[in-house]
Ligand binder design. Structure first.
Ligand SMILES: [Zn+2]
Length: 224
């Protein structure tokens, strides 16, 4: 069993799958933040991330209006400490975007679940071509493609420049034929158009040339 923590990491389905395949083990993700400590975990059923409601009072608010979202909608997770005596945080804005599911889990716990885990970070989200885009959502599609390495960059041109969002990827290996990589790129663009509703440009970088990160990765590059 591999237990991970840190964002977006194992909250991204295809990244979780990669970890499970690499280690030949089940991967469960814990979530928390430096400020408010660990507040959630995945159970053995892997049906979303349970929120520890004994220790935290959760709210899910609309990013723009700050009012509670309707059932099933995505909002920002707001937490209040119920147990912390030294420095309790009240209505702390975690910056994590998620969706609540109040149905009992097959594991028997009644703590609400964050469906699909953390879907993205409010401060990572960027607005482009009329849609809100989360780098973690793009990552999910990149890591499904075996012809690509796991590294990527999103290059965001200035608004109104008429340029497309550029996704820099690497081929997984130099051994792959051009035809195979190009076919994979075509399929990948189709996925992005269908699921994220933008048509990106894909830039193929030399294998091994994109920056590697230990700790938090910075994938977003804003062009001026
Ligand atoms: Zn459960």
């Amino acid at each position: 069993m591999v237990i991970t923590a840190g964002e977006p990491g194992a909250q991204v389905p295809s990244t979780k799958k990669l970890i499970e395949e690499l280690w030949g083990a089940k991967n469960y993700d814990d979530i928390g933040s430096t400020e408010i400590t660990n507040f959630g975990y995945e159970c053995i059923r892997q049906q979303g991330t349970h929120l520890n409601e004994i220790m935290f009072l959760p709210e899910l608010l609309d990013l723009e209006t700050g009012t509670p979202v309707k059932a099933g909608e995505v909002g920002e997770l707001i937490l209040s400490n119920l147990c912390c005596e030294s420095a309790p945080l009240l209505r702390y804005k975690t910056g994590d975007l998620t969706r609540f599911n109040y149905d009992p889990c097959d594991c028997g716990r009644t703590f609400l679940r964050m469906e699909g885990g953390v879907l993205g970070r409010a401060d990572d989200m960027f607005h482009f071509g009329g849609v809100n885009i989360f780098p973690s959502a793009v990552e999910n599609f990149i890591r499904r493609v075996p012809e690509f390495s796991n590294e990527y960059q999103l290059v965001v041109p200035p608004q109104g420049s008429g340029k497309r969002l550029r996704i820099r990827i690497e081929a997984a290996s130099r051994e792959l034929s051009d035809d195979r990589v190009q076919a994979a790129i075509k399929g990948f663009i189709k996925d992005i158009v269908y699921h994220i509703k933008i048509t990106p440009e894909v830039e193929l970088a030399e294998p091994g040339s994109l920056q590697r990160f230990e700790g938090k990765a910075r994938r977003l590059v804003r062009e001026r």
